[in-house]
Design a protein around this ligand. Sequence first.
Ligand SMILES: Cc1cc2nc3c(=O)[nH]c(=O)nc-3n(C[C@H](O)[C@H](O)[C@H](O)COP(=O)(O)O)c2cc1C
Length: 351
Amino acid sequence: MDVLPLQAGRMAGPEPLTTEVIAAQVVGAAVWAPSVHNSQPWWFSVHGTGISLRADPGRQLMVADPAGREMMISCGAALFTARLALRSLGYIPETRVLPDPAQPLLVAEVSWPRRAAPAEYERRLFDQVLSRRTHRGGFDPAPLSPRLLAVLTDGAERHGAMLRVIADEGGRAALAAAVETAERAQRLDSAYVRELAAWASPPGSTRGDGVPATSYPARYEPTAPSFPGRDFAHGRGWGLPRFSLAAATRAAGTVCLLTTADDRPADWVNAGQALQRVLLTSATCGVAAALHSQPLEFAWLRELIRAQLSDRAHPQLVLRLGTVIQTAVSIRRPPASVLLAGGEPLRTSHG
Ligand SMILES: Cc1cc2nc3c(=O)[nH]c(=O)nc-3n(C[C@H](O)[C@H](O)[C@H](O)COP(=O)(O)O)c2cc1C
């Protein structure tokens, strides 16, 4: 069976589509969710009248993410995208998150028993699925509109998460220092360095996963305060030429913490759903996001951030939001290779 080309807002006609056709469309969109190191730690299967989304433990970052928290956030982002794709086709998703305690890797089961035309905002979010990119660097100085920030915080709340804007200079500096401390420590830790290197491919690679050299700047773009990015190139000169010829030091953007009240796998999945809603909503307004999970990969730094900056809610991700001209290009594995029907990939060739 062929995977249909993804078409934004293409509603199903009066005749219901087959489960396989819907699943192919939905997975074709879901794979474009963000994931830590672009590890894409998921696979999908068709079951009766719906699809199952499972975490793929073979793609978990065992050094940086031994608990699988970032893996589940990534799967949550894919889940939100899958649900949005169903809405764009005119179906109403019914979702059970972590439905079976005996199967902790079964992230969600989604079916679509009813139909209704997508709302305008759902179409607009869906239109951003393929083009949204993670930004790595500084932003233009213009602040985000309070109206957009209100929509983003409201969107995160819909998934039981909280997007906290860290607006005061002290808080921004403290969070920047946490990112810098973590980044420095990880660059000196051979296990981290080896793991990161395994997910960072050289220019010209034909891999469909990992962080390609087309998605980060070759030279660190200093921001004020300084939020260093991960060292994907590891001194090999890989990466894009400077994103912008503007001032040498650029704005860090609007600094936010995505948090949840609890810290169980279900909270991580919710944080992932909230993350993708925030990213896509931002993208509809031309706003990009830089993500920093480095400090949350150290228990003591995560605890410090929790105590000092998030009212004891559990920090799940650091985000910086702002406007910028983006040139980053990302990659994905072909949807057919992560969509199994009866235990077999629906289609195995690239496309
Ligand atoms: C849980 C999570 C943590 C992430 N942490 C970082 C990070 O620390 N640094 C970074 O540059 N990108 C981070 N990312 C972004 C991924 O690297 C990015 O989503 C992936 O490379 C795919 O690229 P795209 O988002 O442009 O499609 C993270 C994404 C997720 C979901």
